[in-house]
Design a protein around this ligand. Sequence first.
Ligand SMILES: Nc1ncnc2c1ncn2[C@@H]1O[C@H](COP(=O)(O)OP(=O)(O)OP(=O)(O)O)[C@@H](O)[C@H]1O
Ligand SMILES: [Mg+2]
Length: 228
Amino acid sequence: MQMNDASVSIHLRGLRQRFGEQTVLDGIDLDVPAGTTLALLGPSGCGKSTLLKLLAGLLRPDEGCVMFGGETVADPSHCVPPEARDLGMVFQDYALWPHMTVAGNVSFPLEMRGVPRDERVAAVAQALARVGLEQMAARRPSALSGGQQQRVALARAIVARPRVLLFDEPLSNLDTQLRATLCDDIRTVLAQLGTTAVYVTHDRSEADALAHTIVTLAQGRVAQTVHR
Ligand SMILES: Nc1ncnc2c1ncn2[C@@H]1O[C@H](COP(=O)(O)OP(=O)(O)OP(=O)(O)O)[C@@H](O)[C@H]1O
Ligand SMILES: [Mg+2]
């Protein structure tokens, strides 16, 4: 594994999240060493996406804390917003902007960070090359297959070389064959970049293929941790 200088460890301590009467996460302690991938498994509704949202800064925990390295990025009294966490996200539904070209989509996180145009062009080309889409830069997302759209989402997530990558069932909308191919590609990209990653999936074989550690959630708690 090639370590990314910028990758960071993640630590969750006593994380609790309630929605009304329902306690969705009930005291989660987890550590993800820098540069490793943690897969999160568990039945529908067990709180996987909720945990990712807490990591992303889209939710503030009711109790406990989220740490990136030595920095507390969230606890009940403060919450660093997503754009200040230096992370990339890939969702099940791609979430591309339909009015932008592929290159425009991938360039967007760099524009948000104020990266100069020349550097943006080079970084976009490199990210598209990593996912095998160099030829598609000028297309709109609507002119791409589902697998290609998800590659664009992956390129967009990595283009700014974030410290942390979060994946929420990124392959669930794809057919079996494509899922295996993209899973391989994601593994290669993660290994090349050495980014710390948390990967939510329903699919045990995806978790096996990608993760250094596999954690199963049940009833709001960590039910099982397997180091591989
Ligand atoms: N904003 C919200 N308000 C109220 N309840 C919520 C909210 N977000 C999630 N929940 C509830 O929290 C529980 C966990 O949801 P979550 O989306 O984290 O599950 P999940 O493990 O990702 O499930 P799936 O595998 O189906 O995606 C569910 O019961 C859900 O209904
Ligand atoms: Mg979910």
